[in-house]
Design a protein around this ligand. Structure first.
Ligand SMILES: Cc1cc2nc3c(=O)[nH]c(=O)nc-3n(C[C@H](O)[C@H](O)[C@H](O)COP(=O)(O)OP(=O)(O)OC[C@H]3O[C@@H](n4cnc5c(N)ncnc54)[C@H](O)[C@@H]3O)c2cc1C
Length: 387
């Protein structure tokens, strides 16, 4: 019994996603771990095929663009299942950043449709060496060059940049401000200058991409000159809610596995779960998971109800902050429950402990979420933000 109310269709959608995760993703976790995150091509093809067959690709995108047309609650129903697997295997479900929906018919045909079919990846490059939490420091520029643009700059941590057919690049246009450009990956002047190894083992890399006099045509602008901030504003709500719901999912999986283990293993003449020192952290994790889930569903329902965007934005920050911090606590407790086994990479808690760390960093660090929440407490009022 849950206070979270969903329709029969949404419940079916959630069950469909759960079956996909249980049957297709979870069995491949260990292989992905052993391969440093990179599964063989054959496995990748099977995952994508199964995702498309289960109608999980392109979730929030419009059906006329090749997506499923999900509401925010639909999206949450699916991702509270997708986040149950480790190694970021859900990333193989074909999808695309929502800003692409603002593209021209030609951009939608060339970039969005192939991405939703699983035929191409499109990365999103905002962060720079000196512009992370504070994007006002972005120094990548785009200057007019005949009927096109000339881009110069360097982007860091470009997720899927190593496999992307195109990158959405944020560059500053004089007189207009930050603007999105779609840059084909094979354009002259675009190069990878670093491919760092990261704490998690993820399907794709997060390389550093340098643009030196990269010439793009006039129709490479996405969503209009100076529109980057406005377009990203919507993106932030979706991405932050996405991270929050993945953390909820991870907490559920961690609890399932830790409770099963603690109920089965005996030490000191009793089952682990009968030792209060083991049981109480599990109870704390259950409280964290349940609270985070309610928050996530509330934000999703609010977003669908057409509530004030600024309030939804603040609440998405609360959900991301709470769920990501809580999930990391839960992973640490689960490792402790498994003892030495929790330190072996074949153990789900070990993998989640590494993988959940980034959820407190990307799409706005926990500190940045606190700044957003604190500002909205003043501007929107305490009751609006917490009610
Ligand atoms: C695995 C991974 C994938 C990523 N993928 C992408 C991607 O696809 N595209 C992309 O554009 N970016 C991506 N990023 C970048 C990510 O969004 C940034 O790392 C993040 O926004 C933080 O920026 P930063 O690393 O420069 O840290 P900084 O901004 O330098 O922050 C460092 C520390 O200072 C704190 N801090 C900063 N400012 C304040 C403040 N005003 N008040 C209090 N504390 C503050 C931060 O919270 C943090 O703890 C990715 C990062 C990682 C690790």
């Amino acid at each position: 019994m849950s206070l979270v109310r969903v329709t029969a269709e949404q419940a079916e959608l959630g069950e469909r996603a759960r079956a996909f995760v249980d049957d297709v993703l979870i069995p491949r976790e260990e292989a992905a771990e052993r391969a440093g995150g990179r599964l063989p091509e054959e496995d990748v093809r099977e995952i994508m095929k199964a995702a498309v067959a289960a109608r999980l690709n392109g979730g929030r995108h419009a059906p006329e663009h090749g997506g499923q047309g999900w509401s925010t609650v639909d999206y949450v129903m699916v991702h509270e299942q997708l986040g149950r697997n480790t190694n970021g295997l859900w990333w193989w479900v074909p999808d695309a950043y929502n800003v692409l929906a603002a593209g021209t018919p030609d951009q939608i045909e060339r970039y969005l449709r192939p991405a939703l079919r699983g035929d191409a990846w499109v990365s999103y490059a905002v962060t720079e060496e000196h512009a992370g939490s504070d994007p006002s420091g972005i120094t990548t520029t785009a200057v007019p060059d005949g009927d096109g643009w000339l881009l110069n700059g360097e982007k860091w941590f470009v997720t899927s940049g190593d496999v992307a057919a195109a990158h959405i690049v944020v560059a500053v246009v004089e007189g207009h401000g930050p603007t999105l450009f779609i840059v084909d990956a094979d354009t002259e002047g675009l190069e990878f200058v670093d491919e760092p190894l990261f704490t998690h083992t993820f399907p794709h890399g997060h390389p550093t991409v340098r643009l030196t006099d990269v010439r793009v045509p006039g129709d490479a602008v996405l969503g209009g000159l100076g529109q980057a901030d406005a377009l990203q504003q919507n993106w932030f709500v979706e991405e932050r809610l996405g991270i929050a719901v993945h953390c909820v999912a991870a907490m559920g999986r961690l609890l399932e596995e830790a409770v099963a283990w603690a109920g089965g293993r005996e030490q000191g003449g009793a089952r682990l779960i009968d030792h209060q020192g083991v049981a109480f952290p599990l109870a704390d994790s259950a409280a964290d998971a349940a609270a985070a889930r309610l928050l996530v569903h509330e934000v999703a329902a609010l977003a669908d109800s057409g509530a004030d965007r600024k309030i939804v934005h603040a609440k998405a920050s609360i959900a991301k902050l709470f769920a990501s911090e809580a999930a990391y606590r839960c992973a640490d407790r689960a490792v402790q429950t498994f003892g030495g086994r929790g330190y072996i990479r074949t153990n789900v808690a070990e993998r989640f402990l590494r993988e959940l760390r980034v959820d407190r960093i990307w799409e706005g660090t926990s500190e940045i979420q606190r700044l957003i929440i604190a500002r909205s407490l003043e501007r929107r009022g305490v009751r609006q933000v917490i009610a």
